[in-house]
Design a protein around this ligand. Structure first.
Ligand code: GLN
Length: 489
């Protein structure tokens, strides 16, 4: 059972640090202890480096003792998905190929976080190279859902979601290419935000699909999510796709508990007849709650939604096949076929170093980019992506936000979908189109399913309107107590 302090929000921890009721070292040690006690059961972390964590906490305490905490994340431990480079701290992307890889530089998002005084608690488990929806594609060990350890936490940022949910860390960073922050956040009962494409620098995030990848915050509450987003966002000249107006300031938000004057659209395509009845019922209750808070609810159409999964599973593997070409057994770490020819080293390292799902994506991606198939698949997918974007533009001419369920089902059993890639891919049916359109979206806890497992509500905003979705999510959160319920592991 989690201690009381482990569930405190950032405002409270910040006050405790300011009043010197607790130090960053004490706080970090408490979270480290909790993590060590529960990691074997949950498989959340791949690397925990106590020395690094405690040294960073000591540094934070030095400034806090004279000047007080300088930001909401100052002195606060953060769990970081193990696909984000941390200088001198092993970063594996959960792949055998990078099992001993120690980066020589820091990602922009984490270096901003450390500049704000946050503390690196450890590196969290994921699906290998962020490809998956259950964390079972980790080549080390699967991560388990803290609400029910026979079930998956979702993926690919499953370790980060489970760490926050199980109170091993107050905050975590994930990455989201087609749903990897939002879906695990939903399945673990926490908040997760995929920023607009360009809001957070991708520099130092091991690339999966560069035109879709975004690093984003995961936390127990909407406010904490906003604080973490503020600490990592901003234009970065090291990432040419980062947006000029990327800085995000939490101070500009108005934390109202009413939604009068806001119009929220419900895309009909996200409520198909086949939708799980418990998910539908829960969604209808969420809509009712938003209406009671003063929002105007309107039905809208996103007619190209049905092509989202096919389109994503062409574009993302195409980019992955190109991005992953750099892992050849010569650069970076692990090598197979040591004393053989160069081409033998390439073949053996890539065959033995990459897991089955990563190989499937590389094959798919290479196929859709190859001559003769490029026009039929890749080019066609890019055209469909344009249509999906236009759908959102048209919907946003009528409404301020859109809402959908985050996941079509609650957390599923470990192993129940791993033999059937297509059914696994369908886990992302409600998240991929938003990624293809480059829009910001947040998943917030909105109740529990038939097995008493958390469900998530996805709120989608216009490009760069993180402020709007956070404000709306906050009003919903405050009207309910879902975010306060924690698993008892
Ligand atoms: N589950 C999706 C996939 O397997 C999304 C992954 C992600 O967002 N990184 O590609």
């Amino acid at each position: 059972m989690a201690h009381d302090w482990q569930n405190k929000d950032l405002d409270t921890l910040h006050e405790m640090l300011r009043k010197k009721e607790i130090s960053s070292v004490e706080l970090t040690q408490e979270f480290l202890n909790r993590t060590k006690q529960t990691n074997e059961k949950l498989g959340t972390f791949l690397t925990i480096d106590e020395d690094v964590a405690l040294n960073m906490a000591k540094e934070a305490d030095k400034t806090i003792s004279t000047k007080g905490p300088q930001s909401k994340v100052h002195g606060i431990p953060v769990a970081v998905k193990d696909i984000i480079l941390t200088k001198n701290v092993k970063t594996t992307a959960a792949s055998q190929l990078l099992k001993d890889f120690v980066p020589v530089y820091e990602s922009t998002a984490t270096s901003r976080l450390w500049n704000h005084g946050a503390v690196l608690l450890g590196k969290t488990n994921l699906d290998e190279f962020a490809m998956g929806s259950s964390n079972e594609n980790s080549s080390f060990y699967p991560c388990k859902n803290p609400w029910d350890t026979t079930r998956v936490p979702g993926g690919s940022s499953g370790g980060s979601a489970a760490a926050v949910s199980a109170a091993q860390a107050p905050l975590a960073l994930g990455t989201d290419t087609g749903g990897s922050i939002r879906q695990p956040a939903a399945l673990c009962g926490i908040v997760g935000l995929k920023p607009s494409y360009g809001r957070v620098s991708r520099y130092g995030s091991i690339a999966f699909a560069s035109s879709l990848d975004q690093i984003g915050p995961m936390a127990k509450s909407v406010k904490d999510t906003a604080y973490l987003l503020e600490a990592i966002s901003g234009h970065d000249e090291l990432d040419s796709t980062s947006h000029a107006s990327a800085p995000f300031s939490e101070a500009k938000l108005s934390w109202n508990t009413r939604l009068d004057g806001k119009t929220i659209g419900i895309p009909k395509e996200y409520l198909p007849d086949t939708l799980d009845s418990a998910v539908r019922e829960n969604f209808e209750q969420s809509v009712e709650c938003l209406r009671n808070l003063g929002a105007t609810i309107k039905e809208v159409r996103l007619p190209h939604t049905e092509f989202g999964i096919s389109c994503y599973y062409i574009i993302a593997p195409a980019e992955a096949s190109s991005n992953l070409a750099r892992f050849d057994g010569i650069h970076y770490t692990s090598r197979w076929g040591e004393n053989q020819s160069l081409s033998e080293i390439f073949v053996q390292s890539r065959t033995q170093g990459f897991g089955a799902e990563v190989q499937r994506r590389i094959l798919l991606g290479t196929y859709v980019l190859s001559s003769g198939y490029y026009d039929a698949y890749y080019k066609k997918a890019l055209q469909v992506q344009q249509l999906i974007r236009q759908d959102f533009d048209q919907a946003f001419a009528e409404v301020d936000f859109l809402i959908t369920p985050t996941s079509p089902f609650e957390a599923f059993g470990l192993g129940s979908k791993s033999k059937d890639p297509l059914s696994m891919y369908l886990s992302d049916v409600f998240t991929v189109c938003i990624s293809l359109a480059g829009l910001p979206a947040i998943s917030i806890p909105c109740g529990f399913g038939p097995n008493h497992l958390p469900l998530g509500l996805q709120l989608i905003g216009k490009h760069m309107d993180e402020a709007g979705i956070l404000e709306t999510a906050y009003a919903f959160e405050q009207a309910n107590d879902f975010h306060e319920r924690r698993p008892t592991c």
